[in-house]
Design a protein around this ligand. Sequence first.
Ligand SMILES: [Fe+2]
Length: 319
Amino acid sequence: MARIIAGIGSSHVPAIGAAIDNGKTEEPYWKRIFSGFEKSQAWMRETKPDVAIIVYNDHASAFSVEMIPTFALGCAAEFPPADEGWGPRPVPTVQGYPPLASHIAQSVILEEFDLTICNKMEVDHGMTVPMNLLFGKVDKNSHWPCPVIPLAVNVVMYPPPTGHRCYMLGKAIRKAVESYPEDLNVVIFGTGGLSHQISGPRAGLINSKWDKAFLDNLSKDPQKLAKVPHVDYMREAGAEGIEMVMWLVMRGALDDKVDEVYRFYTVPASNTAVGHIILANRPRPAKPAGRHKPAAKHKPAAKHKRAAARAKPVLIRSR
Ligand SMILES: [Fe+2]
């Protein structure tokens, strides 16, 4: 059986991607930000997930404003980096995992969540920046450390889905993953935010008090967080703060009670508050013998496979 072992929340500020791509990570302004992800990258290297589900939003790269699905699941075998106006980011093409993606599509749609199925899709900084922050810089001609299933959420044009809808979708995704027979350790990302507004009279808005309360509730009281209405995000966290609802998909896919492995928060990066959190499901009893063998065609590379004994999440520290 596949299982979700941990959830990761991460901002996806495009300027962070530019800093990586242009070799500026050691400059004092950026070092302050990247140093906050060093423990997380160590955690990721130790955890070695077989597959990552990354909940993110497209910024008019794969979907124009002419057609915007509320929830779009990437079922393709690969997802090239999108040209966001200055050429594609110099990162590897993201490898998908069609068997699990298709299974999630079937399970979640039959649970009455209407996903759009994407069999061809480019991915922008909304996905590749969090991947860099957690996996580190990866040469364009190399490979990301694990396959990824993208889930794009519309938070760029009104109306975006509610936080509650996102939270319940996370629960449906978890049910889907746990009904997939292959023995896989899966991590799920929620990305975007935290507080920021990029245009209008309130451009530059950052609300650290709101952000920190969000992280607290994400960790300890997600049901309370799932009841927060749209207008509160926009009023308190800025127009683009609505991206934070995507973190609730991640949270819904985890246990009610989780271990907070790590948290990092700093302001600003570009004009945005940067938040980052790792939440781990608590270990479950060891699996019995007789593990299902994955289909050879889509079997992850051997370096991605893990023994069941390694399903126990790695705790860096309590906050
Ligand atoms: Fe964004």
